[in-house]
Ligand binder design. Structure first.
Ligand SMILES: C[S@@+](CC[C@H](N)C(=O)[O-])C[C@H]1O[C@@H](n2cnc3c(N)ncnc32)[C@H](O)[C@@H]1O
Length: 294
């Protein structure tokens, strides 16, 4: 039987999460924005190996609990192993949130997601489920990507951004992709509106704080970890064979000219990006939150 995709991506997940937020920013959100001063029970939709819990639990009042939900069998067993020696009260549920209607209802103080809603084909329906899982007076907090914003936030010394990133074509590809599949890499910036439609109150949206800087003027060893994370994230990834790459882009909505230009940019990026590059990149995630009143 073919392995579930995300079960094969555990190393990718582990190596890339650090690109998004500085720990002090998450602490700032917990203490000064969400003001979480009493123990809470959090449910993490599409928890993976439990990344968000590992970030949040040390910052939350003692007695807080974390329930992680994911449909990756291997991810859930990895999470159980990772949390085994921690002092936290946790529970991991192996389930498909698309079909699970009962277990996740009205028990939790806060429903969270991280890089999850972009992978579901009906994100509004999933947001409704997240809202339903929370008690009256609870919260919903979604950390989700806004791809086009991330793609506009690159700088590599020696190149114009327009040589390396074709924003107009990417805009078209992301929009067409979302129309075709329902899965939306720009979901982060739409969640405020969706939550408002679901009756969530006091909605606010913030950006992720981290700007990664690969600095060629420090020791290579110091940069190796960041460089490897960036590579793992797909930064400077070599495109597939030219003809098939271009053909695929045309199927996905670009004109021949746009597809050729897109190929040239991705190819150039892959040729010029290396461990000695001076590169700054802000992934530009969006963090949307609000209060659930029933
Ligand atoms: C990009 S990963 C993010 C994982 C984790 N939140 C993180 O940031 O490290 C997306 C996760 O969503 C999970 N997922 C996608 N669709 C799901 C569904 N219908 N039910 C449960 N989990 C799902 C995948 O198994 C995967 O672990």
């Amino acid at each position: 039987m073919e392995k579930y995709y995300w079960d094969t991506k555990i190393e990718y997940l582990k190596r890339t999460r650090d690109l998004y937020y500085n720990d002090d920013y998450i602490e700032f959100l917990v203490k000064y924005v969400w003001k979480l001063s009493k123990p809470v029970h959090i449910i993490d939709f599409g928890c993976g190996y439990g990344y968000l819990g590992l970030k949040l639990l040390p910052l939350l009042p003692a007695g807080s609990k974390y329930t992680g939900v994911d449909k990756g069998r291997q991810l859930i067993s990895e999470a159980k192993e990772l949390y085994h020696n921690t002092p936290y009260e946790t529970e991991f549920i192996l389930t498909d949130t698309d079909t699970n209607e009962i277990e996740l209802e009205r028990k939790y103080d806060i429903a969270v997601s991280h890089a999850f809603l972009l992978h579901v084909s009906d994100p509004k329906r999933m947001l409704q489920k997240m809202v339903t899982s929370v008690i009256d007076g609870g919260k919903i907090i979604c950390f989700e990507p806004h791809w086009i914003s991330g793609m506009s936030s690159y700088y590599i010394d020696g190149y114009d951004q327009s040589q390396l990133v074709q924003l107009g074509s990417l805009q078209k590809l992301y929009e067409e992709g979302a129309k075709r599949t329902g899965k939306d890499g720009n979901i982060g910036v739409k969640i405020p509106q969706y939550l408002s439609e679901l009756g969530v109150k006091n909605i606010e949206c913030r950006g992720s704080d981290k700007v990664n800087f690969l600095n060629p003027y420090v020791n290579i060893e110091d940069n190796e970890r960041l460089y490897n994370s960036l590579k793992e994230e797909g930064v400077g990834e070599e495109p597939a064979r030219k003809e098939s790459y271009i053909k695929d882009l045309i199927i996905r909505g670009l004109t021949l000219e746009e597809a050729q230009k897109q190929y040239e940019s991705v190819f150039l990026f892959s040729q010029v990006f290396n461990i000695n590059s001076s590169l700054a990149w802000a992934p530009s995630m969006k963090i949307t939150f609000g209060d659930v009143k029933k």
